[in-house]
Design a protein around this ligand. Structure first.
Ligand SMILES: *Cc1c(COP(=O)(O)O)cnc(C)c1O
Length: 367
Protein backbone atom coordinates (compact mmCIF):
# COMPACT_ATOMS: atom_id res chain seq x y z
CA UNK A 1 0.00 0.00 0.00
CA UNK A 2 2.81 2.42 0.79
CA UNK A 3 6.57 2.23 0.34
CA UNK A 4 7.32 2.15 4.01
CA UNK A 5 7.86 5.89 4.39
CA UNK A 6 7.93 7.06 8.01
CA UNK A 7 8.12 3.46 9.23
CA UNK A 8 10.71 2.30 11.69
CA UNK A 9 13.10 -0.49 10.68
CA UNK A 10 15.94 -2.28 12.38
CA UNK A 11 19.20 -0.71 11.23
CA UNK A 12 21.33 -3.10 9.17
CA UNK A 13 24.97 -2.35 9.83
CA UNK A 14 27.38 -3.36 7.04
CA UNK A 15 29.33 -6.51 7.98
CA UNK A 16 32.65 -4.64 7.96
CA UNK A 17 31.39 -2.11 10.53
CA UNK A 18 29.84 -4.50 13.03
CA UNK A 19 32.60 -4.05 15.61
CA UNK A 20 32.19 -0.26 15.93
CA UNK A 21 30.55 1.63 18.82
CA UNK A 22 27.32 3.64 18.75
CA UNK A 23 25.65 1.52 16.07
CA UNK A 24 22.06 2.78 15.81
CA UNK A 25 19.36 0.22 16.54
CA UNK A 26 16.67 1.61 14.19
CA UNK A 27 16.04 3.99 11.31
CA UNK A 28 12.90 5.76 10.09
CA UNK A 29 12.62 5.72 6.30
CA UNK A 30 12.70 9.29 4.95
CA UNK A 31 14.69 8.86 1.72
CA UNK A 32 14.47 7.40 -1.75
CA UNK A 33 17.58 5.21 -2.08
CA UNK A 34 19.85 4.32 -3.81
CA UNK A 35 20.70 7.69 -5.30
CA UNK A 36 22.05 7.47 -8.86
CA UNK A 37 25.61 7.89 -10.16
CA UNK A 38 26.27 9.29 -13.63
CA UNK A 39 28.94 10.86 -15.81
CA UNK A 40 29.34 14.62 -15.24
CA UNK A 41 30.85 16.77 -18.01
CA UNK A 42 32.01 19.42 -15.58
CA UNK A 43 33.48 22.30 -17.63
CA UNK A 44 37.23 22.84 -17.14
CA UNK A 45 38.24 19.28 -16.19
CA UNK A 46 41.79 18.69 -17.51
CA UNK A 47 42.30 16.20 -20.36
CA UNK A 48 42.54 12.59 -19.18
CA UNK A 49 40.35 12.89 -16.06
CA UNK A 50 36.78 11.60 -15.99
CA UNK A 51 34.39 13.02 -13.44
CA UNK A 52 31.23 11.27 -12.21
CA UNK A 53 28.61 12.47 -9.75
CA UNK A 54 26.73 10.65 -7.00
CA UNK A 55 23.38 12.43 -6.84
CA UNK A 56 22.86 12.50 -3.09
CA UNK A 57 20.96 15.72 -3.71
CA UNK A 58 18.23 13.32 -4.89
CA UNK A 59 17.52 11.65 -1.55
CA UNK A 60 14.22 13.55 -1.73
CA UNK A 61 12.71 16.97 -2.48
CA UNK A 62 11.89 19.03 0.59
CA UNK A 63 14.01 16.60 2.60
CA UNK A 64 17.10 16.20 0.47
CA UNK A 65 20.87 16.01 0.56
CA UNK A 66 23.19 14.32 3.02
CA UNK A 67 21.46 15.54 6.19
CA UNK A 68 18.34 13.43 5.60
CA UNK A 69 20.44 10.28 5.87
CA UNK A 70 21.41 11.29 9.41
CA UNK A 71 17.86 12.29 10.27
CA UNK A 72 16.68 8.76 9.51
CA UNK A 73 18.81 7.64 12.47
CA UNK A 74 18.19 10.56 14.83
CA UNK A 75 14.41 10.61 14.39
CA UNK A 76 14.26 6.88 15.11
CA UNK A 77 16.00 7.67 18.41
CA UNK A 78 13.57 10.54 19.10
CA UNK A 79 10.52 8.35 18.44
CA UNK A 80 11.85 5.49 20.55
CA UNK A 81 12.35 7.92 23.42
CA UNK A 82 8.72 9.01 23.07
CA UNK A 83 9.54 12.59 22.07
CA UNK A 84 6.65 14.89 21.10
CA UNK A 85 8.94 17.88 20.37
CA UNK A 86 12.29 18.20 18.62
CA UNK A 87 14.66 21.14 18.97
CA UNK A 88 17.62 21.96 16.78
CA UNK A 89 19.50 25.06 15.65
CA UNK A 90 21.59 26.66 12.96
CA UNK A 91 22.17 29.83 11.01
CA UNK A 92 19.13 31.65 9.60
CA UNK A 93 19.57 29.85 6.24
CA UNK A 94 20.25 26.41 7.71
CA UNK A 95 19.25 23.51 5.47
CA UNK A 96 19.57 21.24 8.48
CA UNK A 97 16.88 23.23 10.37
CA UNK A 98 14.65 23.11 7.28
CA UNK A 99 14.97 19.32 7.04
CA UNK A 100 14.43 18.78 10.78
CA UNK A 101 11.36 21.06 10.90
CA UNK A 102 9.62 19.45 7.92
CA UNK A 103 10.47 15.92 9.09
CA UNK A 104 8.92 16.74 12.48
CA UNK A 105 5.61 17.63 10.88
CA UNK A 106 5.68 14.58 8.62
CA UNK A 107 6.12 12.41 11.71
CA UNK A 108 3.56 14.30 13.81
CA UNK A 109 6.10 16.03 16.09
CA UNK A 110 6.41 19.75 16.92
CA UNK A 111 9.56 21.47 15.59
CA UNK A 112 11.54 24.09 17.53
CA UNK A 113 14.35 25.98 15.81
CA UNK A 114 17.01 28.12 17.53
CA UNK A 115 18.29 30.69 15.02
CA UNK A 116 21.92 31.72 15.41
CA UNK A 117 23.05 35.34 15.12
CA UNK A 118 19.63 36.98 14.78
CA UNK A 119 18.19 39.19 17.51
CA UNK A 120 15.28 40.99 15.85
CA UNK A 121 12.23 39.49 14.19
CA UNK A 122 12.55 41.77 11.16
CA UNK A 123 16.06 40.44 10.39
CA UNK A 124 14.89 36.90 9.79
CA UNK A 125 13.13 37.20 6.41
CA UNK A 126 11.31 34.41 4.60
CA UNK A 127 13.56 33.25 1.76
CA UNK A 128 15.23 29.95 0.90
CA UNK A 129 15.53 27.56 3.84
CA UNK A 130 14.09 30.16 6.23
CA UNK A 131 10.82 30.16 4.29
CA UNK A 132 10.61 26.38 4.56
CA UNK A 133 11.26 25.97 8.29
CA UNK A 134 8.84 28.82 8.92
CA UNK A 135 6.24 27.08 6.71
CA UNK A 136 6.63 24.00 8.93
CA UNK A 137 5.10 26.13 11.68
CA UNK A 138 8.20 25.81 13.84
CA UNK A 139 8.47 27.63 17.15
CA UNK A 140 11.45 29.91 16.52
CA UNK A 141 13.88 31.22 19.14
CA UNK A 142 16.18 34.03 18.03
CA UNK A 143 19.63 33.71 19.54
CA UNK A 144 21.83 36.83 19.44
CA UNK A 145 25.40 36.29 18.16
CA UNK A 146 27.67 34.21 20.40
CA UNK A 147 30.52 31.75 19.93
CA UNK A 148 29.89 28.45 18.11
CA UNK A 149 30.44 26.51 21.34
CA UNK A 150 28.01 28.69 23.28
CA UNK A 151 25.40 28.38 20.54
CA UNK A 152 25.63 24.58 20.54
CA UNK A 153 25.02 24.64 24.29
CA UNK A 154 22.07 27.02 23.95
CA UNK A 155 20.35 24.73 21.44
CA UNK A 156 20.35 21.63 23.60
CA UNK A 157 19.58 23.63 26.75
CA UNK A 158 16.29 24.58 25.07
CA UNK A 159 15.15 20.93 25.23
CA UNK A 160 14.67 21.20 29.02
CA UNK A 161 12.85 24.51 28.69
CA UNK A 162 10.52 23.14 26.03
CA UNK A 163 9.66 19.91 27.83
CA UNK A 164 8.93 21.87 31.02
CA UNK A 165 6.74 24.34 29.13
CA UNK A 166 4.70 21.69 27.28
CA UNK A 167 4.95 18.94 29.89
CA UNK A 168 5.98 16.59 27.06
CA UNK A 169 9.37 15.09 26.14
CA UNK A 170 11.62 17.06 23.79
CA UNK A 171 14.54 15.53 21.84
CA UNK A 172 17.57 17.63 20.91
CA UNK A 173 19.30 17.25 17.57
CA UNK A 174 22.70 18.96 17.90
CA UNK A 175 23.70 21.66 15.43
CA UNK A 176 24.36 20.05 12.02
CA UNK A 177 23.25 16.65 13.31
CA UNK A 178 26.84 15.56 13.95
CA UNK A 179 26.69 12.66 16.43
CA UNK A 180 28.57 9.37 16.63
CA UNK A 181 25.46 7.34 15.75
CA UNK A 182 24.67 9.79 12.92
CA UNK A 183 27.97 8.86 11.27
CA UNK A 184 26.52 5.44 10.48
CA UNK A 185 24.36 7.21 7.91
CA UNK A 186 27.53 7.61 5.84
CA UNK A 187 28.99 4.25 6.74
CA UNK A 188 25.82 2.92 5.08
CA UNK A 189 26.31 5.34 2.20
CA UNK A 190 29.70 3.74 1.63
CA UNK A 191 28.07 0.29 1.44
CA UNK A 192 25.61 1.75 -1.08
CA UNK A 193 28.59 2.95 -3.16
CA UNK A 194 30.17 -0.52 -3.03
CA UNK A 195 26.87 -2.01 -4.22
CA UNK A 196 26.91 0.49 -7.08
CA UNK A 197 30.33 -0.63 -8.35
CA UNK A 198 32.61 1.79 -6.53
CA UNK A 199 35.73 -0.39 -6.62
CA UNK A 200 35.45 -1.30 -10.28
CA UNK A 201 34.77 2.18 -11.56
CA UNK A 202 36.48 4.83 -9.46
CA UNK A 203 39.88 5.78 -8.04
CA UNK A 204 39.08 8.86 -5.95
CA UNK A 205 36.11 10.34 -4.10
CA UNK A 206 35.67 14.09 -3.61
CA UNK A 207 33.16 15.37 -1.05
CA UNK A 208 32.42 18.68 0.65
CA UNK A 209 33.25 18.75 4.37
CA UNK A 210 31.79 21.09 7.01
CA UNK A 211 31.55 19.46 10.44
CA UNK A 212 32.95 16.18 9.16
CA UNK A 213 30.38 13.41 9.65
CA UNK A 214 29.78 12.80 5.97
CA UNK A 215 33.40 12.61 4.85
CA UNK A 216 34.36 10.70 8.00
CA UNK A 217 31.72 8.02 7.40
CA UNK A 218 32.89 7.57 3.82
CA UNK A 219 36.56 7.52 4.83
CA UNK A 220 35.86 4.98 7.58
CA UNK A 221 34.11 2.76 5.05
CA UNK A 222 37.06 3.01 2.70
CA UNK A 223 39.53 2.32 5.49
CA UNK A 224 37.71 -0.68 6.97
CA UNK A 225 37.25 -2.29 3.56
CA UNK A 226 40.89 -2.07 2.50
CA UNK A 227 41.55 1.56 1.50
CA UNK A 228 41.12 0.99 -2.21
CA UNK A 229 40.28 4.62 -3.01
CA UNK A 230 41.59 7.99 -1.90
CA UNK A 231 39.05 10.25 -0.16
CA UNK A 232 39.41 14.03 -0.62
CA UNK A 233 37.31 16.31 1.59
CA UNK A 234 37.09 19.96 0.49
CA UNK A 235 36.78 22.04 3.65
CA UNK A 236 34.24 24.87 3.44
CA UNK A 237 33.80 25.86 7.08
CA UNK A 238 37.04 25.35 9.04
CA UNK A 239 40.80 25.21 8.58
CA UNK A 240 42.28 21.73 8.62
CA UNK A 241 43.81 22.53 12.00
CA UNK A 242 40.39 23.28 13.55
CA UNK A 243 38.55 20.51 11.78
CA UNK A 244 40.94 17.63 12.50
CA UNK A 245 40.26 17.40 16.28
CA UNK A 246 36.48 17.23 15.57
CA UNK A 247 36.93 14.36 13.16
CA UNK A 248 39.53 12.60 15.36
CA UNK A 249 36.97 12.73 18.17
CA UNK A 250 34.25 11.19 15.98
CA UNK A 251 36.62 8.40 14.96
CA UNK A 252 37.55 7.56 18.54
CA UNK A 253 33.87 7.77 19.60
CA UNK A 254 33.01 4.92 17.25
CA UNK A 255 36.01 2.95 18.50
CA UNK A 256 38.70 3.52 15.88
CA UNK A 257 42.27 4.40 16.75
CA UNK A 258 43.18 5.89 13.36
CA UNK A 259 43.51 9.64 12.87
CA UNK A 260 41.86 11.88 10.29
CA UNK A 261 45.08 12.20 8.26
CA UNK A 262 45.43 8.42 8.00
CA UNK A 263 42.12 7.99 6.22
CA UNK A 264 41.35 11.19 4.31
CA UNK A 265 42.95 14.10 2.50
CA UNK A 266 41.51 17.41 3.74
CA UNK A 267 41.66 19.97 0.94
CA UNK A 268 42.14 23.53 2.14
CA UNK A 269 41.79 26.86 0.37
CA UNK A 270 38.13 26.92 -0.67
CA UNK A 271 36.38 28.57 2.30
CA UNK A 272 36.57 31.96 0.56
CA UNK A 273 35.56 34.84 2.84
CA UNK A 274 34.10 32.38 5.32
CA UNK A 275 31.44 29.77 5.95
CA UNK A 276 28.08 30.92 4.59
CA UNK A 277 29.55 33.47 2.18
CA UNK A 278 29.97 33.26 -1.59
CA UNK A 279 32.12 35.34 -3.95
CA UNK A 280 30.80 36.58 -7.30
CA UNK A 281 33.35 34.30 -8.98
CA UNK A 282 31.88 31.27 -7.21
CA UNK A 283 28.33 32.28 -8.15
CA UNK A 284 29.50 32.58 -11.79
CA UNK A 285 31.03 29.08 -11.61
CA UNK A 286 27.75 27.72 -10.25
CA UNK A 287 25.91 29.31 -13.20
CA UNK A 288 28.48 27.92 -15.66
CA UNK A 289 27.96 24.44 -14.26
CA UNK A 290 24.15 24.64 -14.35
CA UNK A 291 24.20 26.13 -17.86
CA UNK A 292 26.48 23.43 -19.22
CA UNK A 293 25.47 20.30 -17.26
CA UNK A 294 22.04 20.98 -15.75
CA UNK A 295 23.35 20.22 -12.27
CA UNK A 296 22.50 22.76 -9.56
CA UNK A 297 25.26 23.39 -7.03
CA UNK A 298 24.71 25.63 -4.01
CA UNK A 299 26.77 28.67 -2.95
CA UNK A 300 27.90 27.47 0.52
CA UNK A 301 28.69 23.76 0.26
CA UNK A 302 28.70 21.92 -3.06
CA UNK A 303 29.69 24.97 -5.14
CA UNK A 304 32.87 25.30 -3.08
CA UNK A 305 33.39 21.54 -3.13
CA UNK A 306 33.22 21.45 -6.92
CA UNK A 307 35.48 24.50 -7.16
CA UNK A 308 38.01 22.66 -4.99
CA UNK A 309 37.76 19.58 -7.20
CA UNK A 310 38.35 21.59 -10.39
CA UNK A 311 41.21 23.68 -9.04
CA UNK A 312 43.03 20.71 -7.52
CA UNK A 313 42.69 18.70 -10.74
CA UNK A 314 44.41 21.59 -12.52
CA UNK A 315 47.02 22.58 -9.92
CA UNK A 316 47.71 19.31 -8.10
CA UNK A 317 46.77 16.42 -10.40
CA UNK A 318 49.08 14.05 -8.50
CA UNK A 319 47.00 14.56 -5.38
CA UNK A 320 44.57 12.13 -7.00
CA UNK A 321 45.21 8.40 -7.00
CA UNK A 322 43.76 7.86 -10.48
CA UNK A 323 41.79 9.43 -13.31
CA UNK A 324 38.23 8.38 -12.46
CA UNK A 325 36.84 10.79 -9.88
CA UNK A 326 33.50 10.47 -8.11
CA UNK A 327 32.08 13.73 -6.72
CA UNK A 328 29.43 13.31 -4.02
CA UNK A 329 26.70 15.94 -4.49
CA UNK A 330 25.53 16.48 -0.92
CA UNK A 331 22.52 18.71 -1.70
CA UNK A 332 21.94 22.25 -0.46
CA UNK A 333 19.63 23.33 -3.27
CA UNK A 334 17.55 25.78 -1.22
CA UNK A 335 20.69 27.85 -0.68
CA UNK A 336 20.09 29.07 -4.25
CA UNK A 337 16.85 30.77 -3.26
CA UNK A 338 17.90 33.28 -0.62
CA UNK A 339 18.61 36.16 -3.00
CA UNK A 340 22.41 35.68 -3.21
CA UNK A 341 22.29 34.67 -6.91
CA UNK A 342 20.72 38.08 -7.75
CA UNK A 343 24.28 39.46 -7.65
CA UNK A 344 25.33 37.67 -10.84
CA UNK A 345 22.32 36.64 -12.89
CA UNK A 346 21.88 40.11 -14.39
CA UNK A 347 25.56 40.68 -15.24
CA UNK A 348 26.33 41.03 -18.96
CA UNK A 349 27.51 37.70 -20.36
CA UNK A 350 26.17 35.59 -17.49
CA UNK A 351 24.56 32.39 -18.74
CA UNK A 352 21.42 33.21 -16.78
CA UNK A 353 21.11 36.46 -18.72
CA UNK A 354 20.30 35.26 -22.26
CA UNK A 355 17.12 37.30 -22.36
CA UNK A 356 15.77 38.52 -25.70
CA UNK A 357 12.97 41.03 -25.99
CA UNK A 358 10.27 40.11 -28.46
CA UNK A 359 11.15 41.60 -31.88
CA UNK A 360 8.59 43.90 -33.51
CA UNK A 361 8.60 41.86 -36.73
CA UNK A 362 10.65 39.36 -38.76
CA UNK A 363 9.49 36.19 -37.04
CA UNK A 364 7.56 34.25 -39.70
CA UNK A 365 4.54 32.84 -37.95
CA UNK A 366 3.56 29.23 -38.58
CA UNK A 367 -0.07 28.65 -39.44
C1 LIG B 1 26.01 19.83 5.91
C2 LIG B 1 26.36 19.77 4.49
C3 LIG B 1 27.62 19.29 4.05
C4 LIG B 1 28.72 18.89 5.00
O1 LIG B 1 28.43 17.79 5.77
P1 LIG B 1 29.26 17.51 7.12
O2 LIG B 1 28.85 16.15 7.49
O3 LIG B 1 28.82 18.55 8.11
O4 LIG B 1 30.70 17.65 6.82
C5 LIG B 1 27.86 19.26 2.70
N1 LIG B 1 26.93 19.66 1.81
C6 LIG B 1 25.73 20.11 2.18
C7 LIG B 1 24.77 20.55 1.15
C8 LIG B 1 25.39 20.18 3.53
O5 LIG B 1 24.20 20.67 3.90
Amino acid sequence: MDNGYFQMYEYQVPAWAQHLNHIPSHIVKLTTLNTPIHRWSLPGVPEGFQVFIKRDDLTGTELSGNKVRILQILFAEALKQGARHVVTGGGPQSGHCRAVALTCRQLGLTPHVVVDGVSKKEELGAKGNTLLYRMAGSDLYLSPSCSYGAFKQRVCSMAGYISAKYQEPCYCIPVGGATASGMFAFISLFQELIDQGLYENFDDIVVTIATGGTAAGIAVGNYLTGSKLRIHAVSIAMTKEKLTPFVDRMLSDIGLSVGTDDIMDIVEGYIGEGYGTASDELLETITNVSASTGILLDPYYTGKGAQGLLEELKKNPTRFQGKRILFIHTGGIFGLFNGEMDRVVNLPGNHANNINEWPERDIPLVQ
